[in-house]
Ligand binder design. Structure first.
Ligand SMILES: O=P(O)(O)OC[C@H]1O[C@](O)(CO)[C@@H](O)[C@@H]1O
Length: 194
């Protein structure tokens, strides 16, 4: 009996993983990579990179911020105590599935006022954040309150949040390839106090 249950649960988890992977395989084909390409110049030319996102979206953005630091960029996570003022010549990179999260839209407005660039990753091209941004990358995933099983069977913004990390990592991988530094150089920047 116990073994049958374990087998059933194993199959359940395996099926869930397949569902997620199938959603990603479909999503990566729908991404407009031409919209991501200009970000290579935007990021390499920025004096400081400011990273922002809320909730789970914010956790993915923080993971990307860490890699930008490993690559040697001057990067700040908006809201952290050591994050300075954004200025002209800097860029704000914001992730928001809905594109309506108040603090992020407010930060994008501030960035625009001082003359900094704004990049956003969102599912919603008509959102206030997308309309404010200089560069908008559409992640073709479900919005957090959209229950369209054809787009995603996962809860809320999960597909968006996972894809955001993958897209940011693809961008970071491309930046690393262009940079050409050996992994040992990046490794020196890893935190040695954790
Ligand atoms: O990606 P959005 O739409 O800005 O939402 C931010 C976050 O808000 C939440 O709804 C609650 O924290 C999360 O699910 C999501 O990651």
């Amino acid at each position: 009996m116990e073994n049958t249950l374990k087998k059933k649960d194993t199959e359940l988890v395996k099926r869930a993983m397949n569902t997620i992977m199938e959603e990603h395989l479909k999503l990566v084909k729908a991404i407009q990579y031409e919209d991501i390409a200009p970000l290579i110049a935007v990021i390499t030319e920025a004096e400081h990179i400011f990273i922002m996102g809320a909730g789970r979206t914010g956790l993915m953005m923080k993971a990307a911020a860490m890699r930008f630091m490993h690559l040697g960029y001057k990067v700040h996570v908006v809201g952290e105590t050591t994050s300075p003022a954004i200025r002209k010549g800097d860029v704000l990179i914001a992730g928001s599935g809905s594109g309506t999260t108040g603090g992020i839209v407010g930060a994008a407005e501030t960035a625009k006022i001082v003359g900094a660039g704004v990049v956003c990753f969102t599912t919603n091209m008509d959102s206030p954040l997308a309309l404010l941004a200089n560069h908008t990358v559409k992640i073709p995933a479900a919005q957090k309150q959209e229950r369209d099983e054809d787009v995603s069977k996962q809860y809320a913004g999960s597909l968006f949040e996972q894809s955001l990390l993958l897209v940011m990592d693809a961008l970071i991988q491309a930046l690393w390839e262009l940079d050409g530094s050996p992994a040992s150089d990046l490794w020196k920047r890893h935190a040695n106090m954790e």
